[in-house]
Design a protein around this ligand. Structure first.
Ligand SMILES: Nc1ncnc2c1ncn2[C@@H]1O[C@H](COP(=O)(O)OP(=O)(O)OP(=O)(O)O)[C@@H](O)[C@H]1O
Ligand SMILES: CCCC(=O)O
Length: 354
């Protein structure tokens, strides 16, 4: 059984071909901002990205019709349960203007659908950004008009959680885990018996990341919003693209920050330690969600490659449970395996409904 996996990001499209669980090849198509800037909306980039994907398949001497299914990363949909969803005409329409707003991941399902149509094969999305398995208590914010919402790196977190469970010889549904995805954004989620029952919304709350602010002092933020100093768009950019480590150090590359620290830059050390301190604090908070019943803490994402960062976090949280480090991300594999579970009949595809 062969599956083509498509993961559109803000500056690239990742593509991988799988035969069963074996990755045949994996490629990244970079999209320069000079090209992407020509599109007013993310959804307008569909034909442009499909053109690149078809060209890549030609270069790989791979015909589209060898694939039994096409799978894409799912986007900013309404809150929904984790799993593999079939992409039909209705979901394709929703993804063009989804309730959660613009995000490159919205293109994953749309592209999968159009490519699937060409070869009469099913299209899927897996564990989209909006996976919501919150318990009622997790929704309370203290401000009824602004309930907490679940938007996270669910795809990678669930894939890594399943992988860790396999390594431990247990089922994901038998474990209590706290998974921290440490990437461009940071998501920290308690997974209780296979359900992500809380998470800091990676765009709204929690630790600062290499580019996002996370939780901010709210009174000062409200004051700044009304100060006339920034437009709404400027503030959003400062919070989501130019916040966190970037705001302090002018780089989003943790390797660069660490290099400076190793060369004696005490300020770079302070900011990196701050990021680790905040991640550890979030993990500690999520341990209380599980009432302390934590089998393992898992650190994943690009920053989990860093020995300094993982050590700093581990020394603060290892009193809670053993910590397992799974550096990088498993998103392409997670997409392929999600589609394969359905194609092989091991799992039933979910349908996105109104
Ligand atoms: N070996 C490494 N040591 C330290 N930091 C690293 C290493 N490799 C990658 N990183 C850092 O990881 C961060 C990016 O992580 P990652 O690639 O998971 O993010 P992304 O995929 O761009 O965003 P997101 O995870 O939010 O989708 C960057 O700051 C990068 O410098
Ligand atoms: C909203 C979190 C997901 C992402 O940043 O990709």
């Amino acid at each position: 059984m062969k599956v083509l996996a498509i993961n559109p990001g803000s500056t690239s499209t990742k593509i991988a071909a799988y035969e069963g669980e074996v990755c045949l090849w994996k490629e990244v198509i970079d999209h320069p901002s000079s090209e992407l800037n020509a599109f007013a909306h993310v959804s307008d980039q569909c034909d442009y990205r499909i053109g690149h994907i078809l060209k890549l398949l030609e270069e790989k001497d791979t015909r589209l019709d060898v694939f039994n299914g096409i799978v894409g990363r799912g986007g900013m949909l309404k809150p929904l349960a984790g799993g593999t969803y079939i992409v039909d005409e209705y979901l394709t329409k929703v993804l063009q203007n989804p309730p959660g707003g613009e995000h490159a991941s919205n293109l994953g399902g749309i592209i999968a659908y159009y490519l699937g149509q060409r070869i009469n094969s099913p299209a899927f999305i897996v564990d989209p950004v909006s996976v919501d398995e919150f318990e009622p208590l997790a929704r309370l914010s203290g401000f009824p008009e602004l309930p907490r919402s679940s938007q996270s790196h669910a795809l990678n977190m669930k894939a890594v959680a399943r992988k860790v469970a396999r390594k431990l010889g247990k089922s994901y549904h038998a474990l209590n885990l706290i998974v921290a995805h440490l990437g461009g954004g940071i998501s920290v989620a308690p997974h209780r018996k296979g359900k992500m029952i809380d998470v800091n919304n990676a765009n709204n709350e929690g630790p600062y990341s290499v580019e996002r602010c996370g939780t901010l002092p709210i009174s000062q933020l409200v004051k700044l919003c009304y100060s006339g100093k920034y437009t709404e768009q400027e503030l959003r950019t400062k919070i989501l693209k130019q916040g966190g480590m970037f705001a302090y150090l002018g780089t989003k590359d943790a390797r660069e920050a660490e290099k400076r620290m190793n060369e004696g830059d005490q300020y770079a050390r302070h900011i990196l330690e701050g990021l680790c301190y905040q991640v550890a604090k979030e993990i500690g908070g999520m341990a209380t969600v599980l009432a302390g019943d934590v089998d393992n803490i898992v650190l994943t994402g690009g920053l989990a490659h860093s020995e300094f960062i993982t050590r700093e976090i581990i020394r603060r949280v290892s009193f809670i449970s053993p910590v397992i480090v799974v550096p990088g991300e498993e998103e392409m594999e997670a997409l392929a395996l999600g589609a394969l579970r359905v194609l092989s009949g091991a799992e039933e595809a979910l349908t996105y409904k109104i």
